[in-house]
Design a protein around this ligand. Sequence first.
Ligand code: NAG
Ligand code: NAG
Ligand code: NAG
Ligand code: NAG
Length: 512
Amino acid sequence: MSYSKSYSYPRPLYSIALAVGVLALFLIIASIMLVSYPLGSTLHGYLLGPDRYMNTDSIILNANQTKILPSSLDRSQDTNEDIVIKEPSSDFDVPTNSVDSAGAATDGVMVKGDASTLGVPNITLVSELKDMSSPSSFDRSKKIGTESSEASKKHDSRSCDLYSGKWIYDAAGPLYTNNTCPVITQMQNCQGNGRPDKDYENWRWKPEYCDLPRFDARKFLELMRGKTLAFVGDSVARNQMESMLCILWQVEAPKNRGNRRMQKWYFRSTSTTIVRIWSSWLVHKTSEHFEPVPDNVVKVHLDLPDEDFMEFLPKFDVVVLSSGHWFAKQSAYILNGTLVGGQLWWPKTAGKMQIKNIDAFAVSVESCLTAIASHPDFKGLAIVRTYSPDHYEGGAWNTGGSCTGKTKPATTVVTNEFTDMMHEKQVTSFAHAVEKIGASSKLRLMDITKPFGHRHDGHPGPYRSPDPNKVTKRGPNGEPPPQDCLHWCMPGPVDTWNEILLEIIRREFEDN
Ligand SMILES: *[C@@H]1O[C@H](CO)[C@@H](O)[C@H](O)[C@H]1NC(C)=O
Ligand SMILES: *[C@@H]1O[C@H](CO)[C@@H](O)[C@H](O)[C@H]1NC(C)=O
Ligand SMILES: *[C@@H]1O[C@H](CO)[C@@H](O)[C@H](O)[C@H]1NC(C)=O
Ligand SMILES: *[C@@H]1O[C@H](CO)[C@@H](O)[C@H](O)[C@H]1NC(C)=O
């Protein structure tokens, strides 16, 4: 009897045994991973969102965590990008100011460099930029002198400064939700991760002298008919690209045509393609041996644009470039074949460092933009999205900095010297590139740093995962929970970048 009984249920028993086996195997693999990664990266595995290009690459903001770097520097793997958030420890010294959320405080000091190449902030140049970033430089001559009331109206809608203004409450709500967009990286799915407040989704950017229209997906696709838009950069560029996809998804589900080199989505109705290419520095980087740099330190060639995207540049009609956050990470800077500087690393034998990370960033931006704008086969528009401000207030990302509990835009922005310096370098380098290329420049500046300095409410904070047991409140000693105050919730403020992008594209491509 008992035999026949057990005999009659062989399959359920077998499945249970199999399930237990799979679970055991999973636990073993999981524990091996936990052991072989440094402490701070233990969250890493589950932080990886539904990115198809999953791998071990990360934004690592601490020299002591760079053990992850070597394997991830391999080009085939350099496509994913999730911030590693270290469990905060109360043993850390809290810095006296919020200079830098990215571990670069000690190196964030500006160094004297060759002013002609490294760039000195120039007020005149900066204010001119506002002009260059918006209207098409081609029809500039047309505008001067012929200002009928109609023409001046047109002039206004094409040249109004998009970057000075304010955030206003708008109950119309976001353009999509976590339930209507299937491509939100889980780390940015704040509502899906249990974030209790929602008002951060309801603020619109209002430029002082004009309106920034709500994103019109049909209009965007029409303007981009037959064209390709590419996002090139790090995980924050991915953030923007996914926001764009989510917005467009509301009118049309695109076809996935991605491959190993790039993410690619195709909108059949207008033959529009949206591309994303991972490039953390925008310039060439290598893990090849370079004396006297240790093999595990990435070598960043500041004067060579990153071939990973340059190769495809002629195919792009609009390319949105962004970089910056990786310059806080351990790296060695090479210019014209010579080691000139380093971040979180420098050998005593190499003498005085010529370039620190912030100036290295300036050089990389200028050389990359110059190469793009002077590329003979690139006929499109290159838009630089400026440094995305983070909000680890009261400390750095790993020393008690926090954006927890922020539910509305800040009226006054806490100064972040690192952000300000990075932004200034980017703007100045952009201006230098435009100056070199001349009037026919294909370069535009999307200067979001200041407006987004107010949006300390727009980050995931502790709501980075759906884990019901995650810590979301401060601990007994007041220490904040592990959190992400760098990336942006989706939906959220990041959607505004795409409204600005549409406005830039409209100004370029729309018929008069
Ligand atoms: C790395 O860790 C060592 C000791 O473990 C410490 O002395 C050093 O300051 C750390 N470096 C950084 C950049 O945190
Ligand atoms: C800025 O640069 C322009 C030319 O590039 C120069 O004429 C002007 O004096 C500079 N202004 C400042 C404040 O350095
Ligand atoms: C979206 O967010 C809501 C909470 O607002 C949650 O109940 C739901 O599960 C989330 N959906 C997804 C797909 O994350
Ligand atoms: C680059 O280095 C070569 C020698 O290796 C030198 O001849 C050349 O002038 C350098 N170029 C610049 C721009 O410094």
